[in-house]
Design a binder for this molecule. Structure first.
Ligand SMILES: [Zn+2]
Length: 324
């Protein structure tokens, strides 16, 4: 008896600094995964050309194996109008705002195309193949330059009335906090996004007078990865930055948990690799809240797909469009 062949999709993660893509199988395999740096590609035509090149490469790889992809999924930062297949607003890809991305790629590939916000894609990837496989209700936070968010309810992505739900990074956490480009003050993203962490670390390094290894890094070498690494080695400044970050994140999670009553919270992104120093700080804050304290402890776990999450999730959407 022959087994049913695995269905495949082309999954692309279009980012501000790179295009990642792979062939995504319904069994969770991601083949021919590739990352093309597109630093400051600039105008739409060049980004589209690079994207087109990547889609064509994967279509060719699939054809060489005798596979017919069921569709193409494209994850993009910013707010997405899925139905029309355009990027509505994207600070990281301003040149593509309003570009008819879906029409263009459908003409090229003759395959169904699904455009999705990158954090939503990451949540779909984790739901099918990653840390979310055992859960039906969860929120995902991706910690990077910005703070991405996504909500999964009853095993499906929750996108809201207009498709813009899950903007966890723009929850106002500190009304006296720094101004955010969205127009509010003290959004979570402004408090724990990479620029805020680096600024805080630089200030604390100055105050630590040589006690922190971060102070011995060359100019411009301070990064969130360096902070995560230093924290694991017990660096005072790195630990302080993560403790503060964990507190802000914990405050956001208290509201999220009370609102959604999720099975778990997934946390991804480079700085999540710092592990216990960050997660313990988050749990300390969440754990002090009486509502969550008396009910049950909601697990806060690390997302597992890493840099492949966006492309994997874009492929998941092409394989199972009903999940969005
Ligand atoms: Zn904001």
């Amino acid at each position: 008896m022959s087994r049913k062949p695995v269905r495949w999709a082309i999954g692309i993660d279009l980012g501000g600094s790179s295009i990642k893509g792979g062939l995504v199988g319904e069994d969770g395999r991601i083949l021919m995964f590739n990352r093309i740096p597109v630093e400051r590609l600039g105008e739409a035509e060049r980004i589209i050309a690079a994207l087109q090149h990547e889609v064509e490469r994967l279509a060719r790889e699939a054809a060489n194996r005798g596979w017919e992809p069921v569709g193409v999924g494209v994850a993009s930062p910013g707010s997405i109008e899925s139905a029309r297949g355009i990027i509505h607003k994207s600070p990281n890809l301003p040149h593509l705002e309003g570009y008819p991305l879906k029409d263009h790629l459908v003409r090229l590939t003759r395959l169904p195309l699904h455009l999705v916000n990158d954090a939503n894609a990451a949540a779909l990837g984790e739901l099918k193949f990653g840390a979310g496989v055992d859960y039906r209700h969860f929120a995902l936070l991706t910690l990077g330059t910005g703070i991405g968010g996504a909500i999964v309810v009853d095993g499906r992505l929750y996108q809201g009335a207009a498709g813009f739900a899950g903007e966890i990074g723009h929850m106002v956490i500190d009304p006296e906090g720094p101004a955010c480009p969205c127009g509010n003050r003290g959004c979570l993203e402004r408090l724990v996004g990479a620029p805020a962490l680096l600024e805080r670390a630089a200030r604390l390094v100055g105050e630590a007078r040589g006690e922190s290894a971060l102070g011995r890094l060359g100019k411009g070498a301070l990064s969130v990865e360096a902070i995560a690494e230093a924290a694991q080695a017990g660096d005072v400044v790195a630990l302080q930055v993560l403790a503060e970050m964990g507190r802000w994140l914990g405050l956001a999670l208290i509201s999220l948990i009370n609102l959604l009553d999720p099975d778990c919270i997934l946390v991804g992104g480079g700085i999540a690799q710092a592990g216990p120093p960050l997660f313990e700080a988050i749990r300390r804050t969440v754990g002090t809240h009486p509502m969550s304290g008396t009910a049950r402890v909601v697990p806060i776990v690390t997302a597992t797909l890493g840099p492949r999450a966006g492309a994997a999730g874009a492929g998941v959407l092409a394989l199972w469009p009903e999940l969005a």
